[in-house]
Design a protein around this ligand. Structure first.
Ligand code: ZN
Length: 394
């Protein structure tokens, strides 16, 4: 029979070693009640919460539940920077930017040389559109560690954007924070924010009630500014890279028609929800296919392109679309890839609906490969699905 704090601590250690983290927490809590001044017990309880959080993310992609464990860990051991950094990263993943900033600033205060904390804090400032503060954090990290290649790329990207966006104004709605260039009328601002709020409602409902809690950053540009900031050509209609980036005008300087603007925003907002559900684990064809399916019908032109491609056997396989360097495709080939993604996802959506789609995304979220997740939820291999889609265009 466990009676003393030491007994419960030992039981906790046993459970922890067996990866029974919930059990470990229960035992360490009992130990902590009996020995509230023991640094060792406090450290163990804190570690068990961190391990439970790791496991919730790895096995169930449940960042919200994991964050609750970390809040507890911080309450128990407020001087320990490790759960603060971990929680900051999770809040970033949940797009809860003010919470991420709050926790990461605490972490940096406790541990001023922790480069991961500084890098994440820079990321949080960046996502909050505070580029000067992001620059200060990232300069420090890159000075201390030359080897952070992906940070260097992110840094260059951020300051290319900054040179375009420095004179932009801000306008917010309940779920969106928009930056826009001088000269954009109030009417256009209001229209875009209304489209976005409508997308928030309608797309969230299509996924069975998924509403990301944080405000989403949106940046509106002229066509030239869009190209300058993103280095993308004008056939790319808009972009989501953690922020929604959308041009207000087409290549010839004409304002986009309202229905075209709404379609693009619905498309990009679908990416916001997909990333919120499943992070970066979603194959290109499904991510773009959902964005297309939820923002517009397959057009006559798309149908013609698809009929011809299938007749001449010029279509891509799904694994090609999953892995190919989409950046190097010609605009025509890219158009075909989008049309195939659209047609394929449309078939899954119209025939099997919301529930299976939700299951598919949950499987992807925890790292199941795309074809395995498809097989599990739709009883189809890639090849079978490809043939089914092709047959519908013959
Ligand atoms: Zn897209």
């Amino acid at each position: 029979m466990a009676e003393t704090a030491a007994d419960f601590n030992n039981l906790g250690i046993k459970a922890y070693d067996a990866k029974q983290f919930v059990d470990a927490i229960v035992n360490f809590e009992r130990a902590y009640e009996g020995a509230p001044d023991s640094e060792v017990v406090r450290g163990n309880l804190c570690n068990a919460h961190q391990a439970a959080a790791n496991e919730l993310v790895a096995k169930a992609n449940d960042f919200a539940a994991a964050a609750k464990h970390l809040e507890q860990a911080i309450g128990i051991d407020p001087k320990n920077p490790s759960p603060l950094v971990q929680l900051g990263a999770y809040y970033l993943r949940l797009d809860m930017i003010p919470d991420a900033i709050f926790r990461l600033e605490e972490a940096v205060e406790l541990s001023p040389t922790n480069l991961d904390a500084h890098e994440l804090l820079g990321q949080a400032y960046y996502e909050d559109n505070d580029l000067p503060s992001a620059r200060a954090q990232w300069d420090y990290v890159l000075e201390m560690d030359q080897g952070r290649e992906s940070l260097r790329k992110q840094y260059e990207k951020a300051f290319r954007e900054e040179s375009v966006e420095q004179d932009f104004h801000r306008s917010d709605s309940r779920h969106f924070r928009m930056s826009y260039p001088k000269g954009m009328t109030r009417q256009v601002q209001a229209r875009i924010l209304t489209f976005l709020e409508r997308a928030y409602m309608n797309i969230g409902r299509k996924f069975g009630g998924v509403y990301p809690p944080g405000q989403v950053q949106v940046i509106a540009y002229s066509a030239e500014q869009f190209t300058e900031a993103t280095q993308l050509e004008s056939h790319v209609g808009a972009l989501y890279d953690g922020k929604i980036r959308v041009p207000l005008t087409d290549g010839s300087g004409e304002d986009l028609a309202p229905d075209e603007m709404e379609r693009r925003l619905m498309h990009e907002y679908t990416h916001v929800v997909v990333r919120f559900i499943a992070g970066e684990h979603v194959p290109w064809w499904l991510n773009e296919g959902l964005a297309e399916t939820f923002s517009n019908e397959l057009s006559e032109k798309d149908t013609t392109v698809l009929q011809r491609a299938y007749a001449e056997e010029l279509d891509f396989s799904l694994s090609e679309i999953e892995s190919s360097q989409l950046g190097v495709l010609s605009p025509e080939a890219l158009g075909l890839a989008y049309a195939q993604a659209h047609a394929t996802t449309n078939l899954l959506w119209t025939r099997f609906g919301q529930h299976r789609l939700g299951q598919l995304l949950s499987d992807l979220a925890v790292g199941t490969t795309a074809e395995e997740a498809l097989r599990r939820n739709y009883k189809r291999t890639y090849l079978a699905l490809e043939q089914e889609v092709a047959d519908s265009f013959r």
